[in-house]
Design a protein around this ligand. Structure first.
Ligand SMILES: C[S@@+](CC[C@H](N)C(=O)[O-])C[C@H]1O[C@@H](n2cnc3c(N)ncnc32)[C@H](O)[C@@H]1O
Length: 273
């Protein structure tokens, strides 16, 4: 299980990983990623009839919020269960389609705004994902790309990585997706977006708290089962990691939820018009 849905695992390139996760993602991760989707939209001109593409829409945080502002939204994801969840909202201005973001089955110059929130960064060919966003954006249109500022992800991923760094500094940790590593730094994110064909990128940081349900720590083996940052630990190391989690929770003086602040980079850019 990936309770936060906010980092990369070996399986993230498999649609079935996301199919299995869709219900939990909508309940647990989307309320958190939704803060960043709202922030991404805040930097864009969106009005009635704006044609907007949301790449790797997940359960549709950005797509649905954009439609509420009057946009006509195409929301794509390679996991059918995610697409079904977006379609289930029945929003008259949202069409949800199953599609690989690295090879969009969409015409050139079709959208006023192209967006991807914690999506393109996961693609094996993340540069193709960005280039496809540029291809389908009309000249003069806008792009917004949101990534984590920590290559190891956010929320529980970030917490686990931090604890592993503290407890086992000499041990290597599982490699994040290449796109997450490259784009976690503002200059490199801007460079990647320009390489894809956009211009005048502006990158800003945005932080929000992930509220970790402390009940998950009762059974970490289940809670963190899909997360290499947990599964690659030995039994003895897992015990030490859980003890450090509990120590941090007690030190924070919290009862039901433990807040983990995660920071994203939000990049906006334009296609030359
Ligand atoms: C971390 S979730 C982000 C979802 C959503 N944008 C949000 O912010 O909540 C990543 C999403 O990317 C989708 N995804 C991963 N690889 C993809 C690909 N190659 N093409 C399209 N979607 C992909 C997954 O199915 C999943 O829904």
């Amino acid at each position: 299980m990936d309770p936060g849905g906010c980092g990369v695992t070996r399986e993230t390139t498999d649609p079935d990983y996301w199919n299995d996760l869709a219900a939990r993602y909508e309940a647990m991760a989307a309320p958190f990623t939704g803060h960043f989707a709202q922030a991404a939209l805040a930097g864009l001109e969106i009005g009635s009839g704006t044609q907007l593409l949301d790449v790797a829409t997940g359960t549709g945080a950005l797509a649905l919020a954009a439609a509420e502002r009057g946009a006509v939204v195409t929301a794509i994801d390679f996991a059918p269960a995610m697409v079904t969840r977006v379609a289930a909202h029945g929003h008259p201005h949202v069409i949800a389609l199953q599609m690989d973001g690295q090879a969009l089955d969409l015409p050139d110059d079709a959208f006023d705004v192209v967006a991807s929130v914690f999506g393109v960064m996961l693609f094996p060919d993340w540069r193709a994902g960005l280039a496809e966003m540029a291809r389908v954006c009309r000249p003069g249109g806008s792009a917004v790309v949101v990534v984590w500022s920590d290559p190891e992800g956010a929320a529980i991923f970030q917490w686990l990585a931090d604890i592993r760094r503290q407890l086992f500094p000499a041990d290597p940790r599982p490699e994040p997706a290449v796109g997450m590593t490259v784009m976690a730094e503002p200059e490199r994110l801007a460079e990647a977006i320009v390489s894809a064909g956009f211009e005048a990128p502006i990158v800003r940081a945005e932080a929000h708290e992930f509220q970790l349900d402390l009940q998950l720590l009762d059974d970490p083996e289940t809670a963190f089962s899909g997360m290499p940052l947990w599964t690659t630990l030995t039994t003895v190391q897992k015990r030490a990691v859980r003890a450090e989690m509990m120590r941090r929770v007690v030190a924070a003086g919290v009862k039901n939820v433990f807040p983990i602040t995660s920071t994203a980079l939000i990049a906006t850019a334009r296609l030359a018009g």
